[in-house]
Design a protein around this ligand. Structure first.
Ligand code: FAD
Length: 469
């Protein structure tokens, strides 16, 4: 049995890995040169507890369950999850009523240990919060992660278990012929028994081309500010939500920076690549986060960026099975938190009725990759003795070594962003000012490419035009 998964964001990558647990042939199609670069690259990276989603929605079915599944996943796939908890803060009686609603929703959705706490209790957890707050909803099961790390690890593990990955391969159409489906792609035609469309912002257009009617998507932009400052909060701090969504929040990242945002701006369906940041968006973030945490120092900004949510009018995930095709549309927030549970159900739904057995040789584990900055002195010394490249620091901000850059290349990085999103080099205070050229030299040596062949990410993102000196 041959299975195709289109899209290697967090949803497609976990679906593909889930299929490799069974005795089927799996192939993944991704139009970009690397995995996890779609919606999965730019979001808040929160494992939502699951109190936000109205009971009865598809979101409410998957969020808390998916959140729980991340503990096992992070252990198997070797990516970091920090269970730091979250607070939704109330500023007046109206907000408190909303917290009570969220508490009830959460209980119905199966969220564990959710409770409303007093101002004093909230300030004990978060001393830098505004003194104007009156209460908070505390969700200890909320967590944070770097979503692209989870997608990369899931794809890598799927490939280790026999899946085939087609990068830079865009699927233009899915044609049904008898009991088979032909994918028309930029690299030719491929035939499969089962197809899963997890194409993120483009899943609606692909479904329509395959003759399946789904609710159309439009992007909802979320702009962010990233600060190089030890976070002034320990948990994820939300304002009370409104019609526009969960609001502009503040949180620490797993890489020890401090994230502020996102805004929420609906764009027309034609703007699925508009990830520009705007002066209006940035001002709005600053105004809103200062209400939550007055001491935030915006001069510590190292980057602004934006992500695009795939929104539909019903504000819910659409999981639509049509024959042996599955279309996963509107994988909006909390799609990251829900992804493992969605993947498990999708694979069960697609294999239901087939006599397919679980593989006895499935290996759930990703090999650990050395993270030199996180090691003890003894561990580091031992590693450097075995390979001196782990002793040569290339990225000074995040203390990433030459050995780790070479590892990233061995794990498939072919662009600067490929290295950045695998190692966190160029992610720190200087945003690559000091280390980019050093990294390019390592890429030149390891890959045998010329300087002007190295790209930041996409084929047209040249970094230099030739040798300077
Ligand atoms: C601002 C913002 C904040 C968010 N915050 C959170 C949060 O804190 N917690 C949470 O749970 N969720 C959050 N989300 C939602 C979460 O990010 C998404 O649900 C999730 O990343 C969706 O993953 P995906 O795999 O469906 O899509 P993607 O990551 O976009 O993956 C789809 C992939 O398909 C590829 N593709 C598209 N078309 C084709 C084609 N024709 N052929 C081949 N490949 C194709 C794309 O290149 C892409 O790599 C947020 C989203 C945004 C934008």
């Amino acid at each position: 049995m041959k299975v195709a998964v289109i899209g290697s964001g967090i949803v497609g990558s976990l679906v593909a890995r889930e299929f490799t647990k069974y005795d089927v042939d799996v192939e993944m199609f991704e139009k970009l040169p690397d995995v996890g670069w779609g919606i999965t690259k730019a979001n808040s990276g929160i494992l939502h507890a699951g109190y936000d989603d109205e009971p009865g929605t598809v979101r409410s079915k998957y969020c808390a369950r998916g959140n729980e599944m991340y503990d096992k996943l992070s252990e198997e796939l070797n990516f970091e999850v920090k269970r730091i908890g979250s607070l939704v803060v109330a500023f007046d009686d109206e907000d408190v009523k909303k917290l009570e609603e969220l508490l009830e929703r959460g209980k119905t959705n199966g969220v564990k240990n959710l409770k409303i706490i007093s101002k004093i209790e909230a300030l004990e957890i978060e001393p830098n919060l505004s003194r104007e707050i009156v209460a908070a909803l505390y969700a200890p099961t909320a967590g944070i992660l770097a979503p692209w790390e989870a997608a990369q690890a899931a794809v890598e593990n799927a490939v280790e278990n026999g899946a085939k990955l087609h990068l830079s391969t865009e699927v233009f159409n899915i044609l049904e012929s008898g009991r088979e489906y032909t994918l028309k792609t930029s690299k030719g035609d491929f035939t499969f028994d089962i197809v899963v469309n997890a194409a993120g912002l483009w899943a609606d257009e692909l479904a329509e081309k395959a003759g399946v009617k789904v609710t159309p998507l439009h992007p909802r932009k979320g702009e962010y500010i990233l600060l190089d400052q030890p976070s002034l909060v320990r948990t994820v701090v939300f304002p009370t939500p409104s019609e526009a969504g969960k609001g502009i929040l503040v949180l620490p990242t797993v890489h020890d920076t401090f994230l502020l945002g996102p805004t929420s701006e609906d764009l027309p369906p034609t703007e699925k690549e508009n990830t520009t940041t705007t002066p209006e968006g940035i001002s709005k973030i600053i105004k809103n986060v200062r209400k939550l945490v007055p001491g935030i120092n915006i001069s510590k900004t190292i980057r602004t960026f934006a992500g695009l949510r795939p929104e539909n009018d019903i504000k819910d995930f659409v999981i639509k099975k049509e024959g042996n095709m599955m279309h996963l549309v509107a994988t909006r927030s909390p799609g990251l938190s829900s992804a493992p549970a969605i993947a498990e159900d999708v694979v069960h739904m697609m294999l239901d009725g087939y006599n397919v057995s679980l593989r006895k040789d499935f290996n759930p584990y990703c090999k650990p990759v050395p993270k030199v900055a996180h090691m003890s002195d003894e561990e580091r010394e031992k590693l450097i003795k075995s390979n001196p490249a782990y002793g040569r620091v290339v990225c000074r901000c995040n203390k990433i070594t030459e050995g780790e850059i070479v590892d990233a290349i061995k794990h498939g990085a072919r662009t600067l962003d490929g290295i950045k999103f695998r190692t966190t080099a160029m992610f720190g205070r200087c945003q690559g000012s000091f280390c980019t050229v050093k990294i390019m030299n390592i890429m030149k040596r390891e890959l045998g490419t010329d300087f002007d062949e190295i790209r930041k990410n996409l084929p047209n993102s040249k970094v230099v035009d030739g040798d300077v000196r």
